[in-house]
Design a protein around this ligand. Structure first.
Ligand code: G6P
Ligand code: MG
Length: 206
């Protein structure tokens, strides 16, 4: 491994709970409930695709301009939640593993669908640990398209075959493989059957 490509939500920080709270608030405002089980379908999925799934669950139809407003409302709530985050919310072992890889000369890139990724990294104080940051502002094709990781490898100046992806979402594992990279699944074998290896969290790799 010459390059490590890291997803953010669910790998480095547990922002899924804040995405959930904000989507649930929108669903409740629209008159239906949204469970934590439903929320699993949104992991690793872009903001507009997440909204499409949410509205499908609620049986709500909305035109494109109304959808844009809903997504903006959800994001404003989400940003309110994550603006209060600090380094205590880094997942166990994440910072230590990134530092261990760096000390071995491995280059590190972020590969996240989130447009809020730069703010989250800043709040956690770990921006300097990344040689490249590829987020939802830089790519147009969401996972399982490999774009986010291919751009990450390119920004590190590395061939994808020497890069390893760290992902908690099945769509992200698929994106890694479609880009010619190996994938470490963060979670369970049941949730990530296609991953090359699965660990419960980055601390297991220290
Ligand atoms: C990540 C999360 C998704 C989220 C997406 C977009 O992939 O796992 O739950 O919808 O990023 O995030 P954003 O912060 O741009 O709405
Ligand atoms: Mg994730």
């Amino acid at each position: 491994m010459k390059g490590g490509l890291f997803d953010l939500d669910g790998v480095i920080v547990d922002t899924a709970k804040y995405h959930y709270l904000a989507w649930k608030r929108l669903a409740n405002e629209l008159g239906f409930d949204f469970t934590e089980h439903d929320n699993e379908r949104l992991k690793g999925v872009s903001r507009m695709e997440s909204l499409r799934i949410l509205l499908e669950i609620g049986g709500v139809e909305a035109a494109e301009d109304a959808r844009a407003m809903m997504a903006a409302r959800k994001n404003a709530w989400y940003v309110e939640y994550i603006s209060k985050m600090d380094a205590s919310e880094i997942l166990p072992g994440a910072r230590e593993y990134l530092m261990a890889l760096r000390s071995r000369g491995v280059k590190i890139a972020l590969g996240s669908a989130s447009k809020n990724a730069p703010m989250i990294l800043d709040n956690l104080g770990i921006t300097p640990l990344f040689d490249a940051i590829v987020d939802g502002n830089k790519v147009s094709h969401a996972k399982p398209d490999p774009e986010v990781f291919l751009v990450g490898a390119r920004e590190l100046g590395l061939n994808p075959t020497v890069c390893v992806v760290f992902e908690d979402a099945a769509a992200g594992v698929e994106a890694a493989h479609r880009g010619g990279m190996r994938a470490v699944g963060i979670g369970t074998h049941e949730a990530l059957p296609a991953a090359d290896i699965v660990v419960p969290g980055l601390s297991a790799l220290l």
